[in-house]
Design a protein. Structure first.
Lengths: 768, 174
C-alpha cells in the first residue's frame, strides 16, 4: 500500500488484545512501478533506534524505494515517516564524491592518495611530537558494527590513544551507564514484545510518538485494542503520548530524581514491593528506602510543579500493575542528574520484581540506529564487548585477541569523553581530530565555543561524511563516505535485535565505505600486531564481524554463533546468540541472575553525585555476585535556574520528521517540506502574557548565545521554551540569523555518563 | 571548652578551609567545566557539613562560631575566574590543576582524620545520634577524596605524558 506517512504519521490502527500477536501491516514507498524493481535487498532502517527491517528496492544501480518486512520482529512490516522517506536524502545531488583538501584556506577537490597522504603525514608528525595522546577520534551512532570495531582497533591498539568517543555520548551514554550501574552490564533486558503483554506503560522523558514512531504504533494498537494498558507519561510538553495518558506528569525540567524518588517512596509505603525478589536478587534496599523516605508526594509536587494527587495516582498504577513496561530517553538522559534518575526507573522495576519476564521490563532506550554498536564495539568510551577497563584480566583478554601488548591499549582510566577531548584540543595537547559521520558543530553544547576550538589552525581536523556538513566546512581534509544502502554491515537496535544491511547500490563517485577508509588508514600507517601481521588485515566487513563475534564469546553480549549467514536468514535476532542459545535470547536476567559479579561486571561503578569511580577492592568487598544493585540518589538543584534576567527554562528536542542535523532527512522532499525550518514553542499562557502569537518571530537568548525563529504556541507547561536541535546552517543563506538550539545550551555533563546537559538552560524570549 | 569542643572546633575549621579550597580550585580552573561544577557542589557539601558540626556542638553545649565571608572574597573569586579564562587555551593550567588536586587531597585527609576521631569519641560516649550522623557525613567526605583520586588519575597522563617519547617500542608506526 502507498502510505502518506507525513500526514498520517503512525498509519492505520491495527488494534490487538493483550497477549495477542501484533498484526502485520506492510508499508511501502516506491518511486517507480513495482514491476520495474529489479531486486529487493534485505536491510533495516537507520533513522532511529527501532531498527525496522525492510527491503531496499533497486533499479539500474539506484535505490528506488523501500518496503517494510511483514515478518520482521521489530516492525511487523511498518515504516515511519523517516523510514519511508528518509532514504532519499542519502542520494542527494550534493553528495561528496571526491576527497577535499584545504589549500590556501579553501576546500578543494582532490584524490584519495593526496588526502590520505596528508592525513598519514600529519598523524606521524603528531605522534612524533605529542605522542598517541595528541590524537583523537570522534564517531557516530549511524555507522555499522564492523566500522566501529575497526575504528576502535586502530585507535586503541594501532595508535594507542584513549581519545575515542562517539556522538552516542550525546544520545544514550546514560542508557549504558544506567544499565551498568544497576545490572552490571550494558544491554536492555527486555523485548519489544513486552509491549504486547504489559498492563501498564510508564514513559519517562520519552516522546516515543516522534522519536520511535513504529514503537508508538505498537503501543497505540494496544491502547486501542481490548484490555489496554494504563499509560503514565512524564514530560514537560503536551506530547502525543501525554494526550493519551491516564496520568501526565508535566514536571519542571531538571526534577526527574525528585519525582522518581517520590514514586519509589509511594511504592514502598503502599507495600507494593516484591519482597522475595528484593531479598533474593538485589542489594541496597535499606539505603534506598532511607533516602526516598524523605520524598513525600507533597514535597515532589512543590519542586516538580505538578499535583500531588497525580503523583499518587501514577504511583498507584505503577505499584498495582501486574506487568509493567517502562521506557526512558532524552528527557532523562540529557537532563539534570541523568544517570541517577535513569537508575531510579530501574529501581522501580527491581522493587516490583518486574524484569526478565514477559510484559515486565525497563527500556533504557537508544536514540540513534546503531548506538548500541558504538557502545558494544568500544567506540563510546568503553572497551569492546563490554569488557571492564579497570579489570586487568579483561584487558589481557582483549590484548590477546588483538595480539598486541596490553600496555598499548590505554586502560589507566576511562576513555576520554568528547567534551574532555575538546578541552584538550582547546589547551593544545590534542592536535589531530578525526570526525566520522557526525556533526559536532551543530550538536554539541555552547556552539560558539565548539566552533572556535574546531576551527583552530593548530588542530588538524579530518571529517568523513556523505555531505559537506557544518563540521566538514571547518575541516582540513574531507573524506567522502559511502552511506546506508551503499555498503554492508550489521547493527543492533534498542532491544538487542541484530539486523544485517546488505549493500544495494554502488556509492557515488569516489566515495568509499567508512570500513574501507579506516582499514586503508591502518594499512598506510603500517599498524601491525605483535607478530608483525597487519593489525586490520580484514578482507571485508564479514571478516571483521567474525573477528568481533569471537571476542564476544562468554560475554553478556555473546554473538559467537551469529554469522552473516544466520543474519541473512533471520528477521532480526536478539543477542546473546551462542551455542546455548543459537536462535537468540528474548529476555536477559530471566533467572534473576544479573551480570554484577566482580569478575564479570563491566564497571566497578561510580558515586552518582560526583562521578568518583569505585576501586576493584571496594567492589569486591561488597560483591553483589549476581544480584542487581539498588542505588539511591538525593535530588539536587539544577545547575541553572530561571532568574529575573533569564526567566524561562529551555529544553531542546526532536521533530518526528527529522534525524540529527537533517544531513539525510533535510534532503528528502517529503520530510523537508513537512518541517522545513526552525521554530520554538512556548505555552499559551506565557505567549499571552507577553502578547506573542503563533507565527511571531522571537529571539531566544541565554547567557551563551541567541537564536531567532518563529513561535509556535503549544500546550507545554508554563515557563518552558522548547527548541528542536536539528536546524544548523547548512541550508541557510550566509548572514542568516542563527537557529541552532545549541547556541543556547550550557557546557555541563552528567558526572557518571558524561552526557551533556541539553534540557535545562535559563533563557529569555523577546521580540527581535 | 572541653576536649570534645577542641576536636569539634578543629573539625569545623578544617571543613570550612576545605570548602574554601574547593571554591578556589573551581574558580582557578573555571574553563575545566568538570572542576567548575563539581568544585562548587563539593564546596557546598563542606559548608553543610560544617553546619552539622555546629549542631553536633550545640547538642553537647559547645558553641562554634559560624564562619563569615571576608568582603574581598567575591573580588578574589572574580580575579581567579578571569585568570582561568585568560589562560584557558594554554597548557600550563594543567600542571596547576595537578598541584591543586594534591593540595586538596592533603586538606581532605586532615578532615578525614578528624571525622575518624569524632566517630571514635561518639562510640566511647555511647552517643548513637552523633555516631549515626558522623557515619553519613564521614562517608560523604571520603567520596570527595575518591573524586580527587579519580580526577588525578584521569588528568595526569594528558598533562604529564604528552610530548614525552614512549618507553615501550610497541609504536612502530610513529
Amino acid at each position: 500500500m502507498i502510505a502518506d506517512r507525513v500526514a498520517d504519521i503512525w498509519g492505520a490502527r491495527t488494534p490487538y488484545r493483550r497477549d495477542d500477536h501484533w498484526p502485520s501491516r506492510v508499508d511501502q514507498h516506491l518511486l517507480v512501478d513495482e514491476a520495474s524493481v529489479e531486486r529487493w535487498v534485505k536491510a533495516a532502517c537507520v533513522l532511529c533506534s527501532n531498527g525496522c527491517g525492510l527491503d531496499i528496492a533497486v533499479s539500474g544501480d539506484k535505490v528506488v524505494g523501500v518496503r517494510g518486512r511483514a515478518d520482521d520482529r521489530i516492525s511487523h512490516g511498518r515504516l515511519g515517516p523517516k523510514g519511508l522517506y528518509g532514504w532519499q536524502g542519502t542520494f542527494g545531488a550534493d553528495r561528496l564524491t571526491h576527497p577535499l583538501v584545504r589549500v590556501d584556506g579553501e576546500l578543494r577537490e582532490s584524490d584519495w592518495d593526496t588526502a590520505m597522504d596528508l592525513i598519514v603525514d600529519r598523524s606521524r608528525q603528531v605522534l612524533a611530537t605529542q605522542g598517541p595522546l595528541g590524537m583523537a577520534f570522534y564517531t557516530s551512532g549511524q555507522l555499522f558494527a564492523e566500522e566501529y570495531y575497526v575504528l576502535a582497533m586502530l585507535a586503541r591498539a594501532g595508535i594507542g590513544t584513549p581519545h575515542l568517543d562517539g556522538n552516542t555520548r550525546l544520545c544514550t551514554s546514560t542508557a549504558a551507564w544506567a544499565l551498568i550501574e544497576s545490572f552490571g552490564a550494558d544491554g536492555d533486558p527486555g523485548s519489544y514484545a513486552d509491549i504486547d503483554h504489559c498492563d501498564a506503560l510508564f514513559l519517562v522523558g520519552h516522546n516515543v510518538a516522534e522519536t520511535q514512531t513504529v514503537m508508538w504504533a505498537r503501543m497505540l494498537d494496544r491502547l486501542e485494542g481490548a484490555q489496554p494498558p494504563h499509560l503514565v507519561v512524564v514530560d514537560p510538553r503536551l506530547t502525543e503520548p501525554a494526550r493519551r495518558a491516564d496520568v501526565h506528569l508535566a514536571i519542571r525540567n531538571g526534577t526527574n530524581v525528585m519525582l522518581l524518588n517520590a514514586l519509589l517512596r509511594e511504592v514502598i509505603a503502599n507495600d507494593h514491593v516484591d519482597n522475595s525478589f528484593v531479598a533474593d536478587h538485589t542489594v541496597g534496599f535499606d539505603a534506598l528506602r532511607d533516602v526516598v523516605e524523605a520524598y513525600p508526594p507533597e514535597r515532589a509536587a512543590e519542586v516538580c510543579g505538578v499535583d500531588a494527587g497525580d503523583i499518587r495516582e501514577a504511583a498507584r498504577i505503577i505499584g498495582t500493575s501486574q506487568k509493567l513496561v517502562s521506557t526512558v530517553l532524552q528527557g532523562v538522559y540529557q537532563s539534570h542528574q541523568a544517570t541517577a534518575a535513569a537508575i531510579q526507573v530501574n529501581n522501580l522495576h527491581l522493587l516490583r520484581g518486574m524484569i526478565g519476564k514477559p510484559g515486565c521490563t525497563v527500556f533504557q532506550m537508544n536514540g540513534q540506529p546503531t548506538a548500541e554498536n558504538t557502545r558494544e564495539t568500544g567506540a563510546n568510551g568503553l572497551l569492546p564487548v563490554h569488557l571492564n577497563w579497570a579489570n586487568d584480566e579483561h584487558v589481557a583478554k582483549l590484548a590477546r585477541h588483538w595480539n598486541v601488548d596490553d600496555l598499548t591499549i590505554p586502560h589507566w582510566g576511562p576513555s576520554t569523553h568528547v567534551m574532555e577531548m575538546l578541552r584538550h584540543a582547546e589547551q593544545g595537547s590534542i592536535e589531530f581530530l578525526w570526525v566520522s559521520a557526525t556533526n559536532p558543530a551543530v550538536t554539541l553544547p555552547e556552539l560558539h565555543r565548539i566552533r572556535s576550538v574546531m576551527g583552530q589552525s593548530r588542530l588538524f581536523l579530518v571529517v568523513q561524511d556523505g555531505y559537506l556538513t557544518e563540521t566538514a566546512q571547518l575541516a582540513d581534509v574531507v573524506l567522502p563516505a559511502a552511506m546506508w544502502g551503499e555498503k554492508t554491515g550489521a547493527f543492533t537496535n534498542a532491544d538487542r535485535t541484530v539486523h544485517l544491511a546488505d549493500q544495494a547500490v554502488n556509492p557515488p563517485g569516489q566515495a568509499r565505505s567508512d570500513f574501507e577508509i579506516f582499514c586503508d588508514y591502518a594499512s598506510r600507517m603500517d599498524f601491525r600486531d605483535r607478530d608483525g601481521a597487519p593489525l586490520l588485515g580484514f578482507a571485508g566487513p564479514e571478516e571483521a564481524w567474525d573477528h568481533y563475534r569471537v571476542l564476544s564469546e562468554g560475554q553478556l553480549c555473546d554473538q559467537s554463533a551469529l554469522s552473516y549467514e544466520k543474519l541473512r536468514a533471520s528477521d532480526g535476532i536478539q543477542w546473546p546468540v551462542n551455542e546455548a542459545a543459537p536462535d537468540g535470547t528474548e529476555r536477559l536476567y530471566a533467572d534473576g541472575q544479573f551480570h554484577t559479579g566482580v569478575d564479570q561486571c563491566e564497571s566497578y561503578g561510580h558515586d552518582l553525585v560526583t562521578g568518583a569511580t569505585n576501586e576493584k577492592e571496594e567492589y569486591a568487598a561488597h560483591d553483589p555476585a549476581g544480584r542487581a544493585m539498588l542505588k539511591a540518589a538525593e535530588y539536587s538543584e539544577p545547575l541553572e535556574s530561571p532568574d529575573d534576567d533569564y526567566p524561562l527554562l529551555l529544553t531542546t528536542g526532536r521533530s518526528v520528521y527529522h534525524f540529527h542535523t537533517r544531513t539525510k532527512t533535510g534532503r528528502s522532499d517529503e520530510l523537508r517540506e513537512a518541517a522545513p525550518s526552525m521554530w520554538v514553542e512556548m505555552s499559551t499562557t506565557d505567549a499571552a502574557r507577553m502578547d506573542l502569537h503563533e507565527g511571531d518571530t522571537v529571539r531566544v537568548e541565554s547567557r551563551r548565545g541567541r537564536i531567532v525563529a518563529p513561535l509556535r504556541v503549544s500546550g507545554s507547561r508554563d515557563g518552558l521554551v522548547f527548541a528542536p536541535f536539528h536546524y544548523g546552517s547548512w541550508d541557510q543563506p550566509d548572514g542568516a540569523e542563527p537557529t541552532a538550539a545549541n547556541e543556547l545550551t550550557i557546557t555541563a555533563w552528567d558526572p557518571v555518563s558524561k552526557q551533556p546537559l541539553f534540557k535545562v538552560a535559563a533563557v529569555r524570549v523577546t521580540r527581535p | 571548652m572541653n576536649k570534645l569542643g577542641l576536636l569539634l572546633g578543629r573539625l569545623h575549621a578544617a571543613e570550612v578551609d576545605l570548602g574554601d579550597e574547593w571554591r578556589k580550585i573551581a574558580e582557578r580552573h573555571a574553563t575545566d567545566h568538570d572542576v567548575w561544577h563539581i568544585g562548587h557542589q563539593l564546596a557546598e557539601q563542606c559548608r553543610a557539613r560544617a553546619e552539622s558540626v555546629r549542631s553536633i556542638g550545640e547538642r553537647h553545649d559547645i558553641t562554634i562560631r559560624e564562619p563569615h565571608e571576608a568582603p574581598w572574597d567575591t573580588l578574589l573569586a572574580t580575579i581567579r575566574r578571569t585568570g582561568a579564562e585568560a589562560l584557558g587555551r594554554r597548557p600550563e593550567p594543567g600542571l596547576l590543576l595537578l598541584m591543586d588536586l594534591r593540595g586538596l587531597y592533603t586538606a581532605a585527609h586532615e578532615v578525614d582524620l578528624y571525622w575518624t576521631m569524632l566517630g571514635q569519641v561518639a562510640q566511647a560516649l555511647r552517643d548513637r545520634t552523633t555516631l549515626d550522623e558522623v557515619d553519613g557525613l564521614h562517608r560523604q567526605l571520603l567520596t570527595q577524596i575518591k573524586w580527587i583520586k579519580t580526577k588525578t588519575k584521569e588528568a595526569s597522563p594528558q598533562i604529564l605524558a604528552v610530548g614525552i617519547p614512549l618507553v615501550g617500542r610497541h609504536h612502530d608506526a610513529g
